[in-house]
Each structure stands twice: as structure tokens, then as C-alpha cells.
Design a protein around this ligand. Sequence first.
Ligand code: FES
Ligand code: FE2
Length: 350
Amino acid sequence: MNSQKQKPHIIVAEPGPDRYARGWHCLGLASEYTDKPKTLDYFGTRLVAYRGEDGEVHILDGYCPHMGANLSDGCVEGNAIRCPFHFWRWQPDGICDDIPYAKRIPQKAVIKHWPTIEENNLLFIWNDPEGNEPIPEQRVPHIADSFSDDWSGYHMIKMTVNSHPRELMDNMADVAHFSYVHSRGAGGATEFSNEAEGHCYTQRMRSGMGKGMGNVSRATYHGPSIMETHMWGCNSEDPSIKINEQRLLVTHTPIDQNSFDLRFGVLIKKDPAMTEGLSRMWVESQAQMSHGAFNQDVEIWNRKVQVDNPILCDGDGPVNMLRKWFQNFYLDVDQLPANYHEKRVHVVDL
Ligand code: FES
Ligand SMILES: [Fe+2]
């Protein structure tokens, strides 16, 4: 029992570093990006995205540095975008190469360009406060199942959460919430571990094993904002048979320091025994169930506050290890700890 003399705990919540995490961030389905310029508000600024005639999506800072017009109101010309106000033309590398009424182009006429990549039919943008090019080892992983006819294709939803992404990150270590948020006290994990190594952080979990049906999941963050989960149900007598196999994708892209766009995608493994119509209905219902379970977390994230000094108990997962790993993406590369690439594993004693 707690001592009555113990003073009440005061929650500490300091603002984090005034920067955004180094890494790839998801911008939704690649098919949504065409030669019609699109406005994006991310990383505390305005951006413009458009697909050039080279087929690539190019992203530049969204306001023209000449006199401030919104470049999304301009038009795409080859691989460049022309400003709607005085017709300056900006190439994908951010250099202005044409001013229709000027004899010389000012040397300063350069705007920031943002690296992009398409993977798994999704578009990603690279953010690095130091302005460096993408780190090859941090490349977005290829998910072959997202291209397979045996799987459903992503069912994605997007929502804005009024919080900092670090609040959602805690979820990776939070073994206790499964019982209470997702299964109403009906029992949670029976095995649970976290593993940090370089830019990856993995949660492994088994639940319900030994009671007939069990669940297995492996969720990995690849960098600060892309989490891929592979999960399935199994008969505990023969765990090699996978039932209701799914892959989940959770991504968060900061709008500013207090809000981010959260995307949640579900890939469902089809059951070859089902007719096409039945399979479609089944996939739809499974995706809805997954979205519903995810929304249970979102409701909490939307209403919680930041706690830098949480009171943790022995049944909690390695929240501090996780937070330390996540902070790495807010440091300059030469500030990364010496053990950044070493594997650290924490198994929760359940
Ligand atoms: S504001 Fe863009 S060309 Fe003048
Ligand atoms: Fe959850």
C-alpha cells in the first residue's frame, strides 16, 4: 500500500526540441499525387507537391520567395513549377531557372527541395533538420505483400491527432494497455519484449497462448514515424498455421509541434477458399475491425497529456528505453550515442 506521507506526484512536461524528427514520413497513397500541384502543411511549414513529366513526385517549400505567392496555385511545366504571381519557374532541385521579364536571375533565387520516395504504393518525404540527404540504411522497407494478389491492398484511414508523436510512441512499450483498452480486461500479453537497434525498434508479443487460440504479432518502427506490424491468430497446438493474417501500417507526419497526421493502413491476407464476393466482404469487415481497435488507442491519445516523469510499475514495459531510442531522431547525427547500432533487448516478466 502507498504511504500516506508520500507527496502527490507533479507531472512534468517540458517542450521537446524545436525541430522535427530525422527520417522518412508518409504522405499517403502515391496515386493521389498528379501534375496538379497539391498543398501540404507539414513540419511547421507549407509545401507544394506535384508529379513532373519524369514521373517523380517533387516537393518544394510552398511559398515563392519572390513575393510570397502560394506555389500550389501555379502550374507544372516539365519537371518544374511556375509561380502564379510573376511566373518565376522553380526546378525540382529548388533553383529558379526562368524569370520571363528579367535579364539576370538573382543568385539567391533558390528554395528548399525535399527528397521523396515511393514505396509500397505510398509516397514518403525525407526530413532532416541538418539538411542532409536521406540515410540509405533508413530506407522505407519494401513490403512485398502490398503488391500481392493474395493480399487485399491497403485499406487506409487518415486522421489528425492533437498531440506530439512522442505520445503515440509510448504504445510500443505499453504492454499493460492491451488488456484494458483492447480486450476490456479479458487478458493481454503472455509474452512481450522490445528490441532497439539503430533506427529500428521492435515489439514482439504473444497473447492467449495455451487457451486454444492465440495471437502473435511483431511490430517494427523503421525510423521515427513508420511502424509496420505483422500479426496473425493461431491454434496454440500448432502455432505454425496462421489464421487471419494481417499487416498493419501506422505512420505519423507532424503538422506542427502539437499535431500530426496519423495514417493507419491494413493489408488482409485473403482466404483462397472464399469466393471473390465473400472474400471482399470478409476483407472489408476485418479492416473495419482493425480500424475500430486502432481508434480505441486514438481516443486515448487525443485526450491524454504529456508526462515526462511517469510513475511506472513493475508490470509496465520499457517506456524509458523506448523514449531514449526515439530521442535519437531529434539529435544531430554526430551526437548519436556510441551504442546506437548495438542491439538492446528488454523482455517483460509477465
Ligand atoms: S511571387 Fe512568385 S513569382 Fe512573384
Ligand atoms: Fe493499442
